[in-house]
Design a protein around this ligand. Structure first.
Ligand code: TRP
Length: 477
C-alpha cells in the first residue's frame, strides 16, 4: 500500500499546528494557570514544554515516520510484540476520553458564538457561564459540535480544514494581541499581569510537586502528545524533512498562542475582581464575555473571535477523531463511514455524561487526561529508546541539520531513560498527594529529605541504573 504524503512542508506544519493549537491553549491553559498559582505554573509549564514536550514530540515523529502506520500498527509492526500491540490500544481509549470532554467545551464555544450575535452573555458574564455550562442544553451543543467534527472527518481531512487553518492561525494571533493590548489598560489589570507573569518563588517551592503534574499534563495536552496524533501525522511525512526543525517550530508557535491567551485572560479577570484561583474552567469564557460586553462593537468582535475559536477547536477535534477512525479502517477493515458513525455514537454518550455533571467533567478533563497522556507518552518514549534504539537515532538524523544530528544520541537517552523516569515519579507523587498519602519527610544518613528531594534522589538513582542498562542493551550502538 502506498501512502499519501504531505504536499509541502508547510502543509504538515499547519496540520500539526492546527491539531496543537486549540482549546488547550485558549481554554485549558488559563484554567490550569488560574488553579495552580499563576506565574509559578507558567514557569514550570515552560520548562516542561522545553524539556519534556519537544523531546516527546520527536519520539512520536520518529515512530510515525519510521512505521508509516497508525499508532497500533506502528507499535506492533516495529516491535513484533503482542504486548506493545496491546499497549497501542490504549490510545484508542485516550482518544475517546479526549473527545468526550473536548466536544462539551466545543459546544460552549458554539453557544458563545451564537450568543455573540445577540449579546446574550453581555449583561452578566459570570452568571451566564454558570447557567449554560452543564445540563441538557450543554448536551445539545456538545452534539452539535460533535456532528460537525464527524462530518469533516467523513469528508476526508485534507480538504477544507487545511485551508481554514492557514487563515485561522494569523487571525487568532491578531485578535489575541488586540485584546491583550486593550485588557492591560483596564483598572485593576496590573494585579492580573503580576499574578500571571511575576512568579512567587516561595509559593513555587512549597507547591512544586502539585504544580508539576498539572504542568506536565497541560504541556502534553497542548502539544497533542501522548495519544498518537502526532505519530499519525508524521507517518505521512517524507524522509527529507527535518523532524527536529519541524517539531521545534510547532512547539514554539503553539506555546506562543497559549502564553498570549493568558495575557488576555488574567488582566481582564482581575479587573473584574475574579482574582487568583477563581477562574476554573470558566476563566476564558467569563473574561472574554465581559471584554466583549465593554468593547465598542463588542458583538462583532465576539462573533469573529468565537468564530475563529470554533475553527481552532475543530482542527483539533478532527485530529482526535481521526486516530480511532484510521485505526478501525486500517486494522479492522471497516469502511470510513461505519467507523465514523460508530465512534460518533459512542462519543455522543460519553460526552453527554461530561456535559451533565460538573464533577465528572472536572475529573475527566483534568486528572484523567493528565494521567492518560503522560502514560501514553512515556510508552512512546520507552518504545523509541528501547525498541528502536539506534534506528530511532538514524530516523531523527534523516533530513536534519548538523545541530539535530549531534543531539540525536543524547535525545535518545533523554526519551529512553531520564524523561520517563521523571514523569513516572512526578505522577506517582502527584497521585499519592491526591490520595492523601504523605511522601516523606525522610531522614537518611542524618539528612532530612522533603518530598521534592526524595523525588529527585529516587529519579536520579533509577535514571542512572537504566541509563547503564540502555547502554549495555544491544539496541544502541
Ligand atoms: N492540542 C489540542 C488543543 O490544545 C488538543 C488535542 C488535539 C489533543 N489532539 C490531541 C490533545 C491529541 C491530546 C492528544 O486543543
Amino acid at each position: 500500500m502506498t501512502r499519501e504524503s504531505w504536499q509541502t512542508r508547510i502543509g504538515f506544519i499547519l496540520a500539526a499546528v492546527g491539531s496543537a493549537v486549540g482549546l488547550g491553549n485558549l481554554w485549558r491553559f488559563p484554567w490550569m494557570t488560574s488553579d495552580n498559582g499563576g506565574a509559578a505554573f507558567l514557569l514550570v509549564y515552560l520548562g516542561v514544554v522545553l524539556l519534556v514536550g519537544v523531546p516527546g514530540l520527536l519520539a512520536e515523529f520518529v515512530i510515525g515516520r519510521r512505521s508509516r502506520r497508525n499508532p497500533v500498527g506502528a507499535l506492533s509492526d516495529l516491535s513484533e510484540s503482542s504486548a506493545w500491540s496491546a499497549f497501542g490500544h490504549v490510545f484508542v481509549v485516550t482518544a475517546v476520553i479526549l473527545l468526550s470532554f473536548y466536544s462539551v467545551v466545543g459546544g460552549w464555544i458554539l453557544r458563545y458564538f451564537a450568543g455573540s450575535f445577540t449579546g446574550a452573555y453581555f449583561a452578566a458574564p459570570g452568571a451566564y457561564f454558570e447557567s449554560i455550562n452543564y445540563g441538557v442544553e450543554a448536551v445539545g451543543f456538545h452534539l452539535l459540535f460533535l456532528g460537525v467534527t464527524a462530518l469533516i472527518v467523513l469528508r476526508g481531512v485534507r480538504r477544507g480544514i487545511e485551508r481554514a487553518t492557514k487563515l485561522m492561525m494569523p487571525a487568532i494571533v491578531v485578535l489575541l494581541l488586540a485584546l491583550a493590548a486593550w485588557g492591560v489598560t483596564l483598572d485593576g489589570a496590573s494585579e492580573g499581569v503580576a499574578f500571571y507573569l511575576a512568579p512567587d518563588i516561595a509559593f513555587l517551592q512549597a507547591n512544586f510537586l502539585n504544580i508539576l503534574p498539572a504542568a506536565a499534563g497541560q504541556a502534553l495536552f497542548t502539544l497533542s502528545l501522548g495519544a498518537g496524533t502526532m505519530l499519525t501525522y508524521a507517518s505521512y511525512l517524507g524522509e527529507d524533512r527535518s523532524l527536529a526543525a519541524d517539531g521545534t517550530a510547532i512547539a514554539v508557535l503553539n506555546t506562543f498562542v497559549g502564553v498570549l491567551a493568558g495575557v488576555v485572560v488574567f488582566p481582564i479577570l482581575f479587573a473584574l475582581g475574579v482574582g487568583a484561583g477563581g477562574g476554573g474552567p470558566g476563566a476564558l469564557f467569563v473574561s472574554l464575555a465581559s471584554a466583549f460586553a465593554a468593547l465598542p462593537y463588542g458583538q462583532v468582535v465576539g462573533v469573529v473571535f468565537f468564530g475563529v475559536v470554533v475553527l481552532a477547536a475543530l482542527s483539533s477535534s478532527i485530529s482526535m477523531l481521526e486516530i480511532p477512525v484510521s485505526f478501525l479502517v486500517d486494522e479492522y477493515g471497516l469502511s470510513r463511514r461505519a467507523a465514523v458513525g460508530g465512534l460518533t455514537g459512542v462519543f455522543a454518550v460519553t460526552g453527554a455524561v461530561c456535559a451533565l455533571d460538573q464533577g465528572v467533567f472536572g475529573f475527566v478533563a483534568g486528572t484523567l487526561v493528565d494521567l492518560l497522556l503522560t502514560g501514553g507518552l512515556v510508552g512512546f518514549m520507552l518504545f523509541a529508546g528501547w525498541v528502536l534504539g539506534a534506528d530511532a537515532v538514524t530516523e531523527l538524523q534523516g533530513g536534519s541539520g548538523p545541530l539535530a544530528r549531534s543531539l540525536a544520541t543524547p535525545w535518545l537517552y533523554a526519551v529512553g531513560v531520564f524523561i520517563p523516569v521523571f514523569l513516572i515519579f512526578t505522577f506517582v507523587s502527584g497521585l499519592a498527594d491526591a490520595a492523601g498519602v504523605a511522601v516523606g519527610p525522610l531522614s537518611l544518613l542524618g539528612v532530612t529529605l522533603g518530598p521534592t528531594r526524595i523525588l529527585l534522589v529516587v529519579t536520579a538513582v533509577v535514571a542512572v541504573v537504566s541509563f547503564l542498562g540502555l547502554r549495555r542493551s544491544r539496541s544502541v550502538l
